[in-house]
Design a protein around this ligand. Sequence first.
Ligand code: UT7
Length: 321
Amino acid sequence: MSIRIIGTGSALPEKSVTNQELTKLVDTSDEWIRERTGIGSRHVSTGETLVSLTARACEKALENAGRQADEVELLLVATCSPERNIPCAACQVQSAIGAKQAAAFDLNAACAGFLFALHSAFAYVEAGIYSNALIAGGEVLSKIVDWTDRGTCILFGDGAGAVYVEKCDRGGVLGFVQHSDGTRGEVLKCDSRALKNPYIDLPMETEYVRMDGREVFAFAVRKVPESIREALEKTDIPVEEVDLFVLHQANVRIIEGIAKRLSVGLERFPVNLDRVGNMSSAAIPVLLDELNRQGRLKRGMKLVLSGFGAGLTYGACVLEW
Ligand code: UT7
């Protein structure tokens, strides 16, 4: 038994910010950003919330699948930028879309969050607990990014994507791996609240995202190809037979490095980061939705999804569309 993606959806904030516009905020240039990252613009919230974007993406995924919200049994939202600690974003999305009978909760594995949520849904269905799930990745990173730090503010974007999955007997998710290395968590971090109560008042250590970009870059180029090979080995599908590699959209040079290590042509690595930047857990489902709506995903195609990011977390999923 497995799960198959039946519908996809996505939502982006209305405002798109070009690299040129960022030169008014920090000492950077369109050339530098394009050359080092491949990013040309990103969407930034001017009022859209994580919940409003994620709810919209979920509604579109259900519409695309031809299913109703009250049929959903499990609703997972992967995010590292929720509006609230409680209630969780998934419960707020549940209320917004009317997924009355769904069990809803959040999952944070940063940029690998959507992938880990997809794997969790697989496990629930495989165990016979649920027969369908709505899985979203959403971020409003613009509120946790330091807009004076040129090393990070040029990278990130806001948005949400979602997939609706149902249990299937053939095809769908064929195999996956997921890994975490908490010993390397310091290279990409952002605090929530500092410890403050009547007995202690500690300052906040890392109010905004802080990242050692070079370390994350090296980690991704080394570990992602390894995890893709590991996931493919579980399915006996050779790398040559994979039609598309839908990777986390962090930096086009990372994608080029991964393609090279896998000896796979870049044409099999779709990219949208030039228009949306790095949207962390939203990156993979938004790209999947774009490909789906462009008609580039045909039933029977073999896809590899792979995400990596803070934690450090990383993994890969092999599926038949
Ligand atoms: O989703 C997962 C999380 N994040 C990532 O995947 C990010 C992974 N890392 C990266 O994408 C890259 O490391 C960055 C794009 C963040 C940086 O690119 P880089 O080629 O690794 O640059 P660098 O950090 O080695 O910096 C090179 C130079 C430095 O100047 P000096 O010290 O050589 O004088 C930086 O200060 O570029 C400078 N720099 C910039 N210059 C213009 C850093 N950011 C900028 C900028 N504009 N925005």
